[in-house]
Design a protein around this ligand. Structure first.
Ligand SMILES: *[C@@H]1O[C@H](CO)[C@@H](O)[C@H](O)[C@H]1NC(C)=O
Ligand SMILES: *[C@@H]1O[C@H](CO)[C@@H](O)[C@H](O)[C@H]1NC(C)=O
Ligand SMILES: *[C@@H]1O[C@H](CO)[C@@H](O)[C@H](O)[C@H]1NC(C)=O
Ligand SMILES: *[C@@H]1O[C@H](CO)[C@@H](O)[C@H](O)[C@H]1NC(C)=O
Ligand SMILES: *[C@@H]1O[C@H](CO)[C@@H](O)[C@H](O)[C@H]1NC(C)=O
Ligand SMILES: *[C@@H]1O[C@H](CO)[C@@H](O)[C@H](O)[C@H]1NC(C)=O
Ligand SMILES: *[C@@H]1O[C@H](CO)[C@@H](O)[C@H](O)[C@H]1NC(C)=O
Length: 920
């Protein structure tokens, strides 16, 4: 099998920097470490392939996610590229993986209680959903499902007897619904022997081992019942393990069955996770796979544009601005990875247009239609809702309008979405004040100010003529390494001095002030000052347009303690930003109990009246910066100035748990201080507050087009009992029904059900963001839950396309290796997807020759491959319309013997070799 050895050697070089991920050291392997190892390995391989295809070298300086991103983005990424998006994608996958332990106790989710067929269905249905989501570019939904599916897959190796049966490879049939699950122990077959002593190396009955029967442990949290003679899961929370046969199969930690079995299970779980990721990667293609993982150049730029008649001039300006952004960033490391455009007017809004192609974006913007001439309020918030749910989290969204919002009833939903996505919204409002409130009671311009502030953005009011001058702010903020150093708002304004620290790593430090009748003085660490009327001074260059001051601090500037004194009796906002690879991510979390306790990210506001906890990671160029964080605190953006510091606990792998016994009154932000070469400070942008209302809701599965889906949710208040109104919305206008109000007793959960029905023609892979808000009828307290639902057509096609070799014609490549470029070989193969959805794409994965094929619409597709003798291996894949992957592989035997034929070799064989060869 020389051709296999060839693959193995190739794999060895491929996985160079990733070898270390396989070594599970003293510590216990967890879902988190297993998932991270597999994702990093697969991303490394994909980056390597993409880099090679683009003709540049792939040389990570280390194995941290940050260095991987830097190397992956290639030579154009010489500037500040932040690993923050990859880091949060990884966290999102891990969080959903972890939550399976909190939210899903059913046997199939954990391969418990011999639910092996059902467990496999969860995996394969999940994989189909992931592929459908990626096709619709719904990457967040794809990541969430990926996390859950990986949990179940990984549990197989710990909770069944696969390892004890002596298998050294993952069970590929778990991710291949077209292959049967065979030799499962049936209901009446005893599988385990009793273990009275507590330490029994051989729990499994000898005949089970001999016949290689697959079984898993029974689990009972409330009852010790299990079928006669069956194995248990084991552990303190499993009551079934207290009755014979005692003890259990679980290899979750070392204390259960010893080091060897734990390590074997963990290694198989990594290898199995890699196989699953490879299948997704082949179905999605390398670029979309990396986008799902949050590895993309720079930021996503999202425009929400008012297209009413009165906006005619503004649209011309917005157009000019977008063109400028596209042109000035093209080919630089700051080139946006995606553009999103949402038009709105009255009475319509949308659709959302998204593209990665800058020229297509220009084209779409040039074709924006101006409709109606009405000087009336517009559907601005509806447009903004689409943008917030469609853009990835932490995006920068820019809204252009000249009218107040008409759809003000959406404002609560918008606050909830801003809170859960952490996206920043900046409004460019032209002609403010020209149009007044209407009798139909729409919102007002001050709503824009409030929304901007809640998300950490700004509301910029300019005349139409001045709009181009204001849009520099878009160029400043559409960079992937943007950080906020300080943001504050004062209403009413007063004289106040704001200190802030500019660290060594910070570039392009810029201060923005919005407000009227402002004077200010900027002071550097050595005491030099500059005030607002020196447009080009010793410290900074100052521009002013409308209500906006933009103060660009000179690049040759001092590091350390700066301050700005602002003087105004009008409301104002202050924001200090820059570009830096030192940034942080944070989530408000709550602890959950059970057999596998942990911390879960909150989708709404934290609960009032009890300690608030945050999970924080500080990300530097080479991985987490743990020891250097000196303070994590909560502060009010709108004063008075005071910081509540939290108690920090190192949770390992770069995470810090921060606990606050009390939180500031009202809305607050997270601030962080530390040292890296010099002192640095960072601030979160999204405002948060606590609430006495708590909403719990878990989405258990995907929706089907045309079918009603029932989502149970429950509501509890620690505050006053009484009537709470419920408002639920989804961004696709799927019909919903739910109780509009619930009567609560303090401290008691009230249960309710929401029914949502996606129309029958909803395309598979569509996702929708559902927000459920609950508000006390007699006060301002309100909370929300934000859930992402995917609609996936029930998949019936599980057969991958088939590859059948027709002919191979080859020169004597072996004897002519020295002049290989003048000798050739060619191969042709028939590709079919009989009974399936049909082949959608055929791509060359390995080999330097040319691949061509006959039209995909025919039932049999003929593929032809031509190559010089210099490249002796070819691999190409055919993907059908639902993402089943078929593979063609051929290698010319370098020993000169007859060609080794490895047609339709299962994917895993190749992978396994790579996995096992690299292990020390
Ligand atoms: C603008 O209107 C034209 C003609 O009615 C239509 O073909 C085009 O699709 C519209 N463009 C957009 C972006 O809606
Ligand atoms: C940021 O600063 C660098 C020089 O340090 C400069 O080349 C670049 O144009 C600046 N970027 C922006 C958006 O101002
Ligand atoms: C600049 O502003 C300061 C007050 O902030 C004032 O004293 C000074 O006269 C101004 N200078 C000019 C040249 O306008
Ligand atoms: C809510 O429940 C309380 C106690 O069960 C009851 O007294 C009150 O009338 C109810 N309120 C409404 C609006 O149903
Ligand atoms: C709501 O459901 C939970 C479990 O899902 C149950 O424990 C609780 O008693 C229910 N509450 C009410 C008021 O029915
Ligand atoms: C390949 O397909 C053609 C029809 O397109 C058929 O005539 C031929 O027999 C097939 N060859 C093999 C090996 O299946
Ligand atoms: C397609 O379906 C037919 C009839 O059910 C069956 O005989 C044939 O084997 C199937 N082909 C494949 C490739 O599964």
């Amino acid at each position: 099998m020389i051709s296999l050895l060839g693959i193995a050697l190739l794999a060895l070089t491929l996985s160079g920097p990733a070898v270390a991920f396989f070594i599970i050291e003293e510590g216990v392997a967890t879902h988190g470490t297993i998932t991270k190892a597999a994702v990093l390995q697969k991303v490394t391989e994909t980056c390597q392939a993409v880099a090679e295809a683009a003709g540049h070298e792939f040389k990570p300086t280390g194995s941290s996610p940050e260095e991987l991103v830097q190397a992956c983005l290639g030579p154009t990424a010489t500037g500040e590229v932040s690993g923050a998006k990859f880091y949060s994608a990884l966290q999102e996958i891990n969080m959903q993986n972890l939550l399976v332990d909190r939210d899903f106790s059913s046997a199939p989710h954990h391969f418990n209680s011999e639910a092996i067929l059902e467990g496999r269905s969860l995996i394969t249905e999940g994989m189909a959903a992931i592929k459908a989501n990626i096709r619709k570019e719904n990457f967040q939904a794809a990541r969430e499902t990926l996390g859950r599916v990986l949990h179940t897959l990984q549990d197989f190796y710990s909770h069944t007897n696969w390892v004890e049966l002596g298998y050294k490879e993952p069970y590929v049939n778990l991710i291949r619904p077209d292959l049967p699950l065979e030799n499962l122990a049936d209901k009446d077959t005893a599988t385990c022997s009793d273990c009275a002593s507590g330490t029994c190396p051989n729990l499994i009955l000898p005949n089970i081992l001999k016949e290689k029967k697959l079984t898993s442990g029974y689990m009972g949290v409330f009852s010790s019942d299990k079928p006669k003679g069956k194995c248990s899961h084991g552990g303190a929370s499993d009551l079934t393990s207290t009755v014979a046969p005692r003890r259990g199969l679980s290899k979750d930690g070392r204390r259960f069955r010893g080091d060897k079995l734990h390590d074997d299970a963990a290694n198989l779980a990594i290898a199995a996770s890699l196989e699953l990721l490879q299948d997704i990667r082949l179905a999605a293609g390398d670029n979309d796979f990396l986008r799902m993982m949050g590895i993309a150049r720079s930021s996503v730029v999202c425009f929400v544009i008012d297209t009413t008649g009165s906006m005619k001039d503004d649209i011309a300006q917005a157009r000019a601005t977008v063109y400028e952004i596209i042109d000035s960033k093209k080919g630089t490391q700051d080139e946006p990875s995606e553009y999103i455009l949402v038009p709105f007017n009255d009475p319509s809004f949308g659709p959302m247009i998204r593209t990665t192609d800058p020229d297509e974006m220009k084209d779409k913007i040039s074709k924006l239609n101006i409709t109606g001439g009405g000087d009336t309020p517009e559907m601005c918030l509806s447009g903004l809702q689409l943008a917030l749910t469609g853009a990835p989290s932490s995006s920068q969204i820019y809204v252009f309008t000249d009218a107040p919002p008409k759809d003000i009833e959406l404002i609560g939903t918008i606050f909830a979405l801003m809170g859960s996505t952490k996206s920043t919204v900046t409004f460019f409002v032209t002609g403010a004040g020209r149009r007044r409130r209407r009798s139909l009671k729409p919102g007002s311009f001050s709503d824009y100010i409030e929304l901007a502030l809640a998300s950490g953005g700004q509301a910029i009011q300019v005349s139409k003529r001045e709009l181009p001058l204001a849009t520099d702010i878009i160029l400043d903020t559409s960079t992937s390494a943007l950080v906020t150093v300080l943001q504050r708002a004062r209403n009413p304004g007063k004289q106040e001095t704001f200190p802030f620290n500019l660290d060594k790593t910070l570039r392009n430090a810029t201060i923005y002030i919005t407000g009227t009748s402002i004077t200010f003085t900027l002071t550097n660490p050595s005491g030099l000052t500059q005030n607002q009327n020196e447009t080009s001074g010793r410290l900074a260059t100052i521009q002013t347009v409308g209500n906006l001051w933009r103060i660009q601090i000179n690049s040759a500037r001092e590091t350390g303690a700066w301050k700005i004194q602002i003087n105004s009796n009008q409301p104002y906002t202050l924001k200090v930003t820059g570009q830096s690879t030192i940034t942080f991510s944070y989530n408000f979390v709550e602890r959950f109990k059970g057999p596998h306790p942990g911390y879960a990210v909150l989708s709404g506001r934290p609960e009032a009246g009890q300690p608030v906890t945050l999970m924080v990671s500080v990300i530097g160029r080479k991985g987490p910066l743990l020891p250097s964080v000196s303070e994590v605190g909560l502060a009010r953006m709108s004063g008075p100035e005071a910081v509540t510091s939290g108690k920090m606990t190192d949770m390992g792998s770069g995470d810090i748990l921060v606990t606050f016994d009390t939180v500031p009154e009202g809305e607050f932000v997270v601030i962080l201080k530390g040292t890296f070469h010099s002192e640095f400070q960072r601030q979160s942008t999204t405002q948060m507050s606590v609430s006495k209302v708590n909403i719990q809701a878990v989405v258990s599965r995907t929706l089907e087009p045309g079918k009603a889906f029932q989502l149970p949710f429950s509501l509890m208040s620690q505050g006053s009992g009484g009537s709470y109104s419920i408002i639920a919305r989804n961004d696709r206008d799927f019909p919903m029904s739910y109780p509009k109000s619930l009567n609560l007793t303090t401290g008691v959960y009230a249960n309710a059900t929401l029914t949502i029905t996606p129309p029958a023609n909803t395309p598979s892979g569509t996702d929708t963001t559902l927000t459920i808000q609950a508000k006390w009828d007699r006060g301002a307290d309100f909370n929300y839950a934000v859930l992402r639902l995917s609609v996936v057509t029930k998949i019936t096609d599980f057969t991958p396309p088939l590859c059948e070799m027709v002919s191979v014609l080859t020169d004597d490549c072996h004897s002519n290796m020295s002049q290989c470029e003048s000798f050739h070989w060619q191969l042709s193969a028939n590709l079919t997807d009989e009974n399936g959805t049909g082949i959608e794409s055929i791509t060359l994965r390995r080999g330097e020759g040319n691949l061509s094929h006959t039209p995909l619409s025919a039932p049999v597709i003929l593929a032809n491959y031509n190559s010089s003798c210099c490249s002796q291996v070819v691999e190409f894949v055919a993907v059908d319309k639902v993402g089943n992957v078929g593979r063609c592989y051929y290698a010319i035997d370098p020993s000169g013997g007859p060609p080794a034929l490895t047609l339709s070799l299962p994917l895993w064989l190749c992978l396994l070799v790579s996995v096992f060869i690299v292990r020390p």
